[in-house]
Design a protein around this ligand. Sequence first.
Ligand code: GLN
Length: 386
Amino acid sequence: MQPLSNRTYGFTDSVIRRMTRISQQYDAINLSQGFPDFDPPREITDRLAEIAASGPHQYSVTWGARNFRNALAAKQSRYMGREIDPNTEIVVTCGSTEAMMCAMMTVVNPGDKVAVFSPFYENYGADALLSGAEPVYIPLRPPEFSFDPDELESVFRSGAKALILCNPSNPSGKVFSYDELLIIADLAKKYDAYIITDEVYEHIVYDPFRHTYAASLPDMWERTISCGSLSKTYSITGWRLGYIIASGRITETAKKVHDFLTVGAAAPLQEAAVAGLNFPDSYYTDLRAKYTELRTIFLNGLRQIGLPFTEPQGAYYVMLDISEFGCADDLRFCEDLARIIGVGAVPGSSFFAEPVNNLIRLHFAKRSETLNAALERLSGIGKMKK
Ligand code: GLN
């Protein structure tokens, strides 16, 4: 038989999602794929129960239900510091996963180069290949995960049409400083490139770090496609509610792409999530406090176990250095970790363009009891030494 499409050969299934299946297989505490084990806010789930009876149960407007767009525009206008038009500047998508894919298909042509910082969230490599683009990687160097502006400039000079910017970053936990973002923005303007952001951790940032929206930088609105999601902010990763926010010129095209990709995000879930979008600012302060507490518990526990890691400035991941185990294959290490120690992690190699096999990623979006149980298990990690 003829081979299947060429575009599918350059990547495997998601190792992040595969590690969830492996965790389930071994009954491991799953700190691999980043999602919470605590409930979403009651206001949202109560509203969902009402909507089960009252509807809507049919399609919403393809680029998002009116109530949802209005509530999202009001909330994001407050945080992004500019008036977002709910009719012309928002496209509601099935998670930020679709938002990113839709943004890529809206911006790049087959053969275009797309700049990606490495380490990067696994999806971006596949997104680039699926949209026919060639990813070009710029290393973020630990411990600060800083980039070399000359290296970034050379990628733009070589013709990169867009840069994917995950801020706060998964998996490194880096929060790009205002000055770093200005360097990126200046280069994007100088070389007439777009910035596609992934800002799903916008509200999960630890003191003293602060998140700056790339779209809010001087003269960046017209060339930034901001992708976001409700998944992490309201603990509803399974609802698959994401969005693109961009200028009308961009969303007009993104709406077409989205329309033919998925038609629309789930109508009842959009309606229920309005309850969350209408929360007062204190909700986001409390969310930050909650994650700060979980981070403290987890990092303190890891310190006692004694493996090195870099403290995340935002998001909810930690990269643990497993150099002392001298393993050649970090995927195999993670499979063994799930089977022998009972904790699910993601091999670092899933996130790097460079060859890396001495890191594993763990997440701490779990109840404190779950984190303590995982730490207890991880204290036996010495068993993994050959
Ligand atoms: N962002 C989460 C992670 O990196 C997972 C997201 C997903 O699987 N769609 O683990």
